[in-house]
Design a protein around this ligand. Sequence first.
Ligand code: HEC
Ligand code: HEC
Length: 479
Amino acid sequence: MRLIFFVCLTSFLRAQSAVEYSIHRAPSKIVIDGKLDDAAWRVASPASDFVFNWHSSGDKEATIAKLLWDDENLYVSWWCLDRHISAYEKLRHGPVSRDDCVEIFLSPNPRKVRNYYTFEINAIGTMLNRCRTDWWTGPPTWEPEGVVHRTSLHGLAKKDESPDDKEWAVELAIPLRNFSRDAAHTPPRDGDEWRLNLMRTGGKTNAQQSTWSPIVPPAKSFHTPESFGKVVFVAQAGSRRRAAQRVGPAEDVIAGRDIYNRSCTVCHGLDGAAGDRAPALGAQRRYLRTSNEDLFDAIKNGINGTLMPASSLSDADVWKTIAYIRSLRATAIDVPVAGNSQQGETIFNGKGQCAQCHMVRGRGGLIGPDLTNIGAEKKLEDIRLALVQPKPHIPRGFQPVTVKIKDGRIVRGVIKNENNFSWQILSLDGKLHLLTREEVFDVAHEEKSLMPSDVDRRLTKTEFEDLVAFLARSSWRKR
Ligand code: HEC
Ligand code: HEC
């Protein structure tokens, strides 16, 4: 398409918006066994959208962390999608971050963020702790009281990478009394604020180095308490959102997408979009099978008399693909995304040039549709497609035209309205023109929408995913 160049090189020096999370009271008992199957975890809200602060190479793999509390403990869990799991350190307080490892650094006093406590746990369950506070006079390492932790690979002598690697998990319970010198109250009270960060390192392959709260440059270390995110303790139990419940836990959806993209795309197409040999699993169509049981039966046993084969997936993996298929049928906001929505916002306003034509929350251009609520209106796949494929027909209100007016002026824009006597044209500079048939010399309809259909090629893969994440999270609903 003929790209319109706007001389609009605004530098968006965006203030790093801090991430926030509400730690709800655990609605039921949590058993620390390295399995995240407790009812409490399944309803806790995910802290996902991890940021890859210093990424130079390797796959970015999803991490979902969750936090809960009760009168005794702060509970933390991590779920890590991981194709290359390696861990070797067995010595207490050894350098576990060289392995596949998860970490939490906590500042119980938000006015003294430099007083922070660290918990680093590798995939085979070795832990390292430090107490970095202005009152600590002990050795460089620290022995917290009563901590219980388990990983899904707990106690192995070592963990070498294997072709079967898929995911691993960590569960941690920290007695709150460990923080009594810095916290305002232990146990915390409703509304108490702490600061913390959650991290992940990747072992031999795919370094990850991802964090929940972005680390503000030029800092180059996890040990940057100024960059910790904000958490607020909420006395109310649970935080289950209705829609999330319908779709299934975020980690199942992400793992299910992975399984689907390895086993089902030959026929159904990548990301469930549509294939040559089988129906799209997430498109707008009437499905024969809607109940979980019917989907399970179709995937496990195949569909007799059709190309749909029985599969050799385990029952657990079949359930994950079902969570994924359900997510394809939900709107984007209820579906986990791989990209980082904060970085996506920067791309939307900057390199992507989207804000020239689109408004989000009252800021941006008028030529394209307002995208403020797109995450709640559209499916994730449809948002992706909108960026890489022209629509079959240009939607009403967005037909681009070039109008020659008898006085010699030329107006280029989109037709907002037309009738027998006049046109309403919104020109590219955002002005509305009411032109009567008498004034106009010629109206040339353009064939292509002004919406670029090569957004994926104008951005890097990561930038594209971040942009999709931003759109997926755009909604009037508060997250
Ligand atoms: C060899 C091609 C092929 C492969 C591989 C395949 N499918 Fe299918 N699938 C089909 C076809 C064809 C249909 C439509 C059957 C019909 O006409 O009812 C179908 C139908 C389905 C349906 C039912 C859709 C509905 O609601 O009516 C589901 C669910 C499904 N497939 C899931 C999967 C999953 C998950 C995988 C991977 C584990 C997979 N399929 C792999 C060919 C395939
Ligand atoms: C030159 C103006 C222009 C630019 C630049 C532009 N768009 Fe669009 N966009 C439009 C128009 C016009 C439409 C509606 C017509 C259509 O869908 O073809 C649209 C449609 C869309 C839609 C579909 C909305 C819906 O409700 O179906 C999405 C999503 C979208 N744009 C996102 C973006 C993103 C993200 C960027 C930046 C990479 C971008 N657009 C850049 C003009 C633009």
